[in-house]
Ligand binder design. Structure first.
Ligand code: PEP
Ligand code: MN
Length: 349
């Protein structure tokens, strides 16, 4: 249920709605938009109806939220959200490039990939230390040693780090190194994990499961939001279809659909969607043109030797083209390319 406050509602009016809802055993989330303030209610609808909120001072209307994901819905929060990650703003006015190796392998490889990411215009570094591999015989990641490498590379490059966490028991430890926690496609419905990351206070990158509907994806985001974390970025990374020519099928329409249903930013991963280097730039073009709030791409200094997903990693020779594409298309879409905080500080200072 949401309570839409009238434009002339006072702070006292809003506070009294929040108080009534709490006394009725529910939770109230206030979101202030440019044109109106909305109070989203979570709890027993029958209890809220008994409060007769529509007749209270400052209330314009009371609506039932029709979707099963409430906190992340646009009914609850009509303005599109901007999520801050280590000083980088991801949202409707910017285009964020997240880049880095699929997996952290060595300090040298990770630093080289981070420098490639910077050259490609990235403001955030991606890299997995815990890899949820389809086969148990594939490289599983360096674990905490990989996180230490990421922290060192962040200190050297100034790029905030996005890294995956794969089980609830290691969430606190991964969060102590990461600027943003990634939930991978394979764990999108690991509800205990979603709740654990939602409790850390760190922003979350939530990848869409390759067999998940958009409603299931947004409901997964709701598990995180329910734990008090609304700093969530959704990532479309391709879904499984009958077509074997690409690793997955990039569901390009999921971007505007999710953006209409949810206030959260939506980024696209063209690397894991196509699974092929030659498709990364064309899919990036499509993603930006359809309105994605950013892209996340794999880069590797020597893809032939990569321990994970080398076929889809961009090489140094691809970066100029990617950077030019991002600059050109972002201005066409009325967005500025998000920049790392270190660069912003350099400009200000
Ligand atoms: C990744 O980004 O490293 C990854 C494993 O992707 P996904 O979860 O989308 O397969
Ligand atoms: Mn990968």
């Amino acid at each position: 249920m949401v309570v839409v406050m009238a434009p002339e509602a006072t702070q006292e009016d809003i506070d009294s709605i929040v108080e009534l809802v709490r006394l009725a055993g529910g939770e109230a989330f206030v979101s202030r938009g440019v044109s109106r303030t909305i109070v989203g209610l979570v709890g027993d609808v029958a209890d809220f109806e008994a409060l007769n909120l529509g007749s209270r001072a400052g209330v314009q209307s009371v609506m039932r939220v029709s979707v099963p994901f409430k906190l992340v819905s646009r009914e609850h929060h009509p303005e599109r959200s901007v999520i801050g990650v280590g000083g980088v703003r991801i949202g409707p006015d910017t285009l964020s490039v997240i880049a880095g190796p699929c997996a952290v392998e060595t300090p040298e490889q990770t630093l080289a990939a981070a420098l490639m990411a910077k050259a490609a215009g990235a403001s955030l570094l991606r890299g997995g230390a815990f890899k949820p591999r389809t086969s148990p015989y594939s490289f599983q990641g360096l674990g905490e040693a990989g996180l230490r490498i990421l922290a060192d590379v962040r200190a050297e490059t100034g790029l905030p780090v996005v890294t995956e966490v794969i089980e609830p028991g290691s969430v606190e430890m991964v969060a102590s190194y990461a600027d943003m926690l990634q939930i991978g496609a394979r764990n999108m419905q690991n509800f205990a994990l979603l709740q654990a990351v939602g409790s850390t206070g760190k922003p979350v990158l939530l990848k869409r499961g390759f067999n998940a509907t958009i409603e299931e994806w947004l409901s997964a985001a709701e598990y995180i939001a329910q734990r008090g974390c609304l700093d969530i970025v959704l990532c479309e990374r391709g879904i499984r279809t009958f077509e074997p020519a690409t690793r997955n099928t990039l569901d390009i329409s999921a971007v505007p659909v999710a953006q209409r249903l949810s206030h959260l930013p939506v980024v696209v991963d063209p690397s894991h969607a196509g699974g092929r280097r030659d498709l990364v730039l064309p899919l990036t073009r499509a993603a930006i043109a359809v309105g994605a709030d950013g892209i996340i791409v794999d880069v590797h200094p020597d893809p032939k030797s990569a321990l994970c997903d080398g076929d889809q990693a961009l090489m140094a020779s691809d970066l100029r083209e990617l950077a030019d594409l991002v600059t050109m298309l972002s201005s066409l879409m009325g967005r500025s390319v998000a920049r790392p905080a270190v660069d912003q500080a350099a400009t200000v200072g």
